[in-house]
Design a protein around this ligand. Structure first.
Ligand code: M6R
Length: 642
């Protein structure tokens, strides 16, 4: 939620900031802006005074702490716009900025509506301090009042604006000290980047709760809220942890904790291929990502199956394997699509293991009086690895001593850092706000974890081998569905003018119904309710008439006959039915107005195939309605606020 990109080096900064913002725009896109110090600005320029040079071996080239005389006469140049980065790019044309360091931001509004004034960077009274911020400052109202009483003038409705004013209040020539003092006063979560017009070539970054990554180039340094934004510039990254501060300048960087102690952090080398972001000729990222599923599903199980032992092997869980063998209860916590993956995960783990399994919405988890101890494992599922609700749930579970596991796609992010052990999806970046390829990948990985645990329990070699065999066929079965996309598009167009939909499923496909409905509503803005089919008669059936179609997920499993009864109840009320099924028998065909066939697999894996046509169905309807599919209104890709 919100994106930050910063650069400090010898190149012109504005094109770098714009390029970074474009890559971050999926995180938030209601306004954007940047702040730089223009070399053409009148002013005496800063005077450096050497501070303590560090002796850390990590900090070879460096590092003079820059102190300055109080006023060089320079001010920041801040350029902002409401709306997309494209508008910002147009706005800077003709400004002829000559600057080699700066900070930039793309926003998803929390405090204050989307507008140019509320866009970041936010500044102080002097026009010298500029700040970009991800997260929320919970005590901003009291800080604002205090600062106003001291004479500070505020322009925006944002919580962020208190930060530059606080820094201004504490600034007496040493920006680092002022930032440290200001941060001490902040409650909430933040990833911030700060510049001061008199402190040339210095950017100060602080992280608490919201992710910030440092990119290390050759005599140039970057910071961004995710590695996707840095991928075109460098593959050398440092993941900051909470309560750490990085100071970047052209001769190097150093990292400290908030007690002002220097830290040594490892530089991680990213696999450039994993971070390659382009649409590869598809009209939208979402469509590209749907079509990437044969590959992302394969990546989820590649190298993780031991066929001759009928078992899976997950390197990321090896360090905790002995603890894992002894746990009695598993709680899966997640949000949105990842929650629906967890909902299905419950059925998968119940089926393949002897664990007592529960699925919990991360946003509700911390309100419960749960008994968590060393016999309980909490599995957090998150594409971004930075969803604030999921992170908060994991922290709660950590406090209570549970074993913390993660399934995360974005490498090195908060959830990946805090968990005891975990499994990466290795699905590459997912840019479309609607999650698609990660959902199917999350289902595969949960099956692998369940199989691994189950093989220590009651699952036999034969059963294990059957599951492995079925998993390895999934990529080509998904290809088969994708090859049918024209037909799915034609069906979608028939349904594109309805205003309401019901999605129903039972057993393993109750989560499929929930996820299918979420896909439709989030990108097409059509009202869609996902429901367990058996619950329909307890209320929602009152909605059904000829203008309220139902999508019925009705594969060949233990629940099929009951599903057919529910579908008949809909038909009896003139409801239209679109079925997703692997059943060619007339019992499904006869009560369906339209049918999308999918290949058959084991019932626990069938949802991995069933969701693919539902993703396409939602996509084609949204496209037909002219919706902004990759950036649906009011949404953002990573939700870093609670
Ligand atoms: O990054 P996460 O998997 O933790 O994100 C969770 C949800 O915010 C996310 O799945 C959201 O619901 C998607 N927009 C669904 O398509």
């Amino acid at each position: 939620m919100c994106g930050i990109i910063c650069y400090c080096g010898h190149k012109q900064v504005v094109p770098i900031l714009i390029e970074g913002l474009k890559r971050l725009e999926y995180r938030g896109y209601d306004s954007a802006g940047f702040a730089v110090v223009d070399n053409k600005e009148a002013g005496a320029g800063p005077q450096s005074m050497n501070g303590g040079e560090t002796n850390s071996p990590q900090l070879k080239n460096l590092r003079k702490k820059t102190r300055i005389s109080p006023d060089s006469g320079k001010k920041n140049k801040i350029v902002k716009t409401q709306g997309r980065v494209g508008r910002l790019e147009k706005k800077k044309i003709g400004l002829e900025i000559d600057a080699t360091f700066g900070i930039a931001h793309t926003r998803w509004a929390t405090h204050g509506k989307p507008s140019e004034i509320n866009a970041h960077p936010q500044g102080d009274c002097s026009g010298k301090i500029a700040v970009v911020h991800n997260g929320i400052i919970e005590n901003y109202q009291e800080l604002k009042k205090e600062l106003q009483e001291k004479g500070h003038k505020f322009k925006s409705d944002t919580d962020t604006e208190v930060i530059p004013h606080l820094i201004e209040e504490y600034f007496d020539g040493d920006l680092e000290v002022a930032v440290l003092k200001a941060v001490e006063r902040l409650h909430g979560t933040f990833g911030i980047a700060v510049i001061h017009a008199d402190v040339e070539h210095q950017i100060i970054i602080v992280k608490r709760g919201s992710p910030i990554i440092i990119g290390v180039g050759k005599d140039e340094y970057y910071a961004a809220s995710d590695s996707n934004a840095l991928a075109p510039f460098t593959n050398r990254m440092i993941y900051l942890s909470d309560d750490e501060m990085a100071v970047l300048n052209t001769s190097g960087y150093y990292i400290k904790n908030l007690r002002n102690e220097l830290l040594e952090k490892q530089i991680e080398i990213l696999d450039a291929d994993e971070y390659r972001v382009d649409k590869k000729g598809f009209e939208h990222y979402m469509l590209k990502e749907i079509f990437e599923q044969p590959e992302s599903v394969k990546n989820a199980f590649r190298g993780r199956l031991i066929e001759n032992e009928g078992v899976s092997k997950l390197g990321g869980l090896e360090p905790v394997i002995d603890r894992l063998k002894n746990i009695k209860k598993l709680i899966i916590v997640s949000c949105g699509t990842s929650y629906y993956a967890g909902l299905l995960g419950r059925y998968i783990f119940e089926n393949l293991t002897e664990l007592d399994v529960e699925t919990a919405l991360a946003s509700e988890f911390r309100y419960r009086r749960l008994k968590l101890d060393e016999n309980v494992a909490v599995l957090a599922i998150s594409q971004s690895g930075e969803t604030a609700d999921t992170l908060a749930a994991v922290k709660e579970a950590k406090r209570k001593g549970a074993l913390l596991l993660g399934i995360v796609n974005s490498v090195g992010t908060g959830i990946a850092q805090i968990t005891d052990a975990g499994v990466y999806n290795h699905a590459g970046p997912e840019i479309g706000v609607a999650s698609t390829k990660i959902y199917t990948s999350q289902l595969v990985i949960q099956t692998l974890i369940a199989l691994m645990i189950g093989r220590y329990q009651h699952i036999s070699f034969i059963e294990g081998s059957e599951i492995i065999n079925a998993i390895t066929k999934l990529p080509e079965q998904i290809e088969e569905i994708l090859a049918n996309s024209k037909e799915i598009e034609e069906i979608a167009l028939k349904y594109s003018r309805y205003r309401d939909f019901l999605y129903i499923g039972r057993l393993y496909n109750y989560p499929t119904a929930m996820e299918g409905a979420l896909k439709l509503k989030e990108i097409s803005y059509i009202h869609a309710e996902g429901y367990p089919a058996g619950e329909m008669k307890h209320g929602p059936i009152s909605l059904i008439d000829e203008d309220f179609p139902t999508v019925a997920i009705a594969p060949d499993d233990l629940a099929l006959d009951k599903m057919i009864s529910n579908m008949q109840e809909i038909k009896a009320r003139n409801g239209k039915i679109l079925s997703i099924t692997n059943v060619t028998a007339h019992k499904v065909l006869d009560i369906s107005d339209d049918v999308i066939y999918v290949p058959g697999t084991l019932p626990i894996l069938q949802p991995i195939l069933n969701i693919v046509p539902l993703q396409l169905f939602a996509y084609y309807i949204a496209n037909e309605r002219g919706c902004d599919i990759d950036k649906p209104r009011n949404l953002a890709k990573s939700v870093t606020v609670e």
